[in-house]
Structures are given as C-alpha cells and as structure tokens.
Design a protein around this ligand. Structure first.
Ligand SMILES: [Mg+2]
Length: 124
C-alpha cells in the first residue's frame, strides 16, 4: 500500500468509525469544500506577497494552512468515493487533457484560458 492509499484508508476509517459517512453526501461535501477553501484563503486575505513569504517561515501559521489543505484533501477523497471516481486516474486524465489544451509552444509564459488560443488561431 503506497502513501496515498494508506492516507485514503485512514481517512475512511476515521470517518466510518464515527458513523459520519451518512453525512458525506455530494451536496454537503461540495459545500464543505467551499468552506474549507475559504478557510485557506482567509490565511492570505489582505496580506502582501512579503507577508505571505513570512507566513511560510512561521511554523504555526504554516501548519494552519497545511491543516486547511488537508481538510480540502479529505473532502475531495470523500466526494470522489461517493461518486465512484478514482482521484489518481481523474488527475492523470485531466493532466493529459490539459497538455492537449495548453501545448507548451503556444502558452509558455502566458496565463490565458485555452479558449483565447482558439480565438487567436481562428483570427489569424
Ligand atoms: Mg478547516
């Protein structure tokens, strides 16, 4: 069992031993994901790039962000479980699609959405 599989197993055990699986329906887990994303963003709200750099070196603050990232990760695992989605496969598939949508030779150093490149190639 690799690290990812072990973490997923431990999360499921944590959830199931508390009889919380019944609450992990996709609608509520999706909402929980938004809330946890807000908790991540709260750590950066109104901070300058310099203050964020300082946050990275502050163990307590950095751990707070890591905890919120982990909350998001656990809800993602739960949501994927509910929908019978293999997150690793989903990630691999999406990365393959993104490589096709964003070929290096067209997009390197640019941050436009892929639709921008379709328009510019149609225009030229
Ligand atoms: Mg949280």
């Amino acid at each position: 069992m690799n690290g990812w599989e072990k973490l997923c197993k431990e999360f499921r055990e944590f959830r199931d031993k508390r009889d919380w699986k019944k609450y992990h329906i996709p609608k509520d887990v999706s909402l929980a994901l938004f809330i946890e994303m807000g908790e991540i963003a709260e750590n950066f709200l109104w901070k300058t790039p310099r203050e964020i750099e300082e946050l990275k070196r502050n163990y307590q603050q950095s751990e707070m962000v890591a905890d919120e990232l982990a909350d998001v990760l656990f809800y993602l695992i739960s949501l994927a479980d509910s929908l019978d989605i293999d997150l690793i496969k989903a990630g691999e598939n999406k990365l393959r699609k993104n490589r096709e949508k964003y070929p290096c030779e067209k997009v390197k150093g640019k941050a436009y959405k892929y639709t921008h490149y379709r328009k510019s190639s149609a225009d030229s």
